[in-house]
Ligand binder design. Sequence first.
Ligand code: ZN
Length: 56
Amino acid sequence: MAYSTGEKPGNGTYICKVCGQKVVLDDNTDTLPPCPKCKKTLLHWVPPCTVVFFYH
Ligand SMILES: [Zn+2]
């Protein structure tokens, strides 16, 4: 499962698919921000359990 910037997938931890930056949403009404590290706005955020293979 992946979510785009601006979506509201609910609270939880998400990881930038591009650079691995973690972002925590602590409220169900929070939207996924652009990545604070790589600044990409079209990236996808994914829950940590699905991105193990992004760690090299
Ligand atoms: Zn990033």
